[in-house]
Design a protein around this ligand. Structure first.
Ligand SMILES: CC(C)(COP(=O)(O)OP(=O)(O)OC[C@H]1O[C@@H](n2cnc3c(N)ncnc32)[C@H](O)[C@@H]1OP(=O)(O)O)[C@@H](O)C(=O)NCCC(=O)NCCS
Length: 270
């Protein structure tokens, strides 16, 4: 840790700086496929910090400058590292390591045993760091963009949805929101992500013509971002769209990670 770097809980006044770091340190794929690319990211972080939501935000500061951020969430035995980003100009100076150690020490609760995080496979530096710390890949998700094609018939079938269009307050404030779509097969929980994507997980919706038709009717300017296991990505599914990339879920026992972070810090003389 550099001598004048500190880590503290984020306040609502930090929201703009946090959002800016997340955007500047992330890849184009992360921005396109997550809330990080949405116009209301700052408002979202502001509201989460203000509501003392289950997501705990920290910032690393040097003087009055914010140089990195992390966000954490406890669920059962797992502590999730939801976000970890350092300003590109400050990377490689142990800001990330310091944010990680601090967040792990301050966010874990008694029942927490493991750390988990998701990493995009093309974030190679982050991924090799996590693996060097002893984290193992336990699951993968493939991201595919599927165009929504106009239905051949004007008979739309039976479906209903909680989609609120222009009057959805979450979408207006954050640039993303959730809604449900019910067809005779099932009810899907879907996302509206930025101005050009619907988000669905897993692949099953691609077999439901009524659902795909409904999405086209709800907003014909959007494509569908589908996220599912690589095993479900059959050649028939693959033909429906363009594979954008893959994420990996990594986990490790907290105790082992604490030891490894401590020895990495001491061997680097900090
Ligand atoms: C990944 C990230 C958070 C790491 O933060 P950082 O402050 O740059 O990293 P640190 O200086 O604390 O170093 C952490 C490890 O990465 C390695 N590392 C950092 N910068 C490196 C570089 N340019 N080349 C090679 N290794 C590097 C260090 O060797 C260190 O490993 P060590 O503890 O074994 O020595 C930061 O680089 C970042 O924001 N990257 C872009 C966004 C991203 O990928 N976030 C993760 C999304 S899941």
């Amino acid at each position: 840790m550099t001598p004048n770097m500190t880590v503290r809980c984020a306040t609502t006044e930090d929201s703009a700086a946090i959002a800016s770091i997340m955007r500047r340190a992330s890849t184009a794929l992360i921005r396109r496929t997550t809330v990080i690319g949405c116009a209301g990211l700052e408002a979202y972080i502001h509201d989460q910090v203000q509501a003392r939501s289950v997501n705990q935000y920290y910032v690393a500061t040097e003087g009055d400058r914010i140089v990195g951020m992390s966000a954490w969430r406890c669920k059962g035995e797992y502590l999730f590292l939801n976000h970890l980003f350092v300003l590109p100009s400050e990377q490689g100076r142990r800001v990330g390591s310091t944010l990680w150690s601090h967040g792990m020490n301050h966010s874990a609760v008694d029942r927490t045993r493991y750390l988990a995080l998701d990493v995009y496979e093309n974030s190679t530096l982050a991924k090799s760091w996590y693996q060097a710390l002893g984290m193992n890949v336990v699951a993968q998700q493939t991201l595919m963009e599927v165009p929504l094609i106009a239905p051949k018939t004007t008979v739309y079938g039976d479906w209903s949805s909680t989609f609120l269009g222009a009057s959805d307050p979450d979408y207006v404030r954050y640039g993303f929101s959730q809604f449900t779509l019910t067809t005779d097969r099932t009810t899907y929980t879907l996302g509206r992500l930025g101005p050009s994507l619907f988000r669905a997980t897993p692949w099953a919706i691609l077999d439901d013509e009524a659902a795909l038709t409904a999405l086209h009717v709800l907003d014909n300017n959007r494509a569908l971002l589908c996220i599912g296991t690589p095993q479900g990505l059959t050649s028939a599914v693959r033909r429906r769209g363009v594979v954008l990339g893959q994420t990996e879920r990594l986990t490790a026992p907290l105790e082992a990670l604490t030891d490894r972070l401590r020895s990495a810090a001491s061997s680097s003389g900090r």
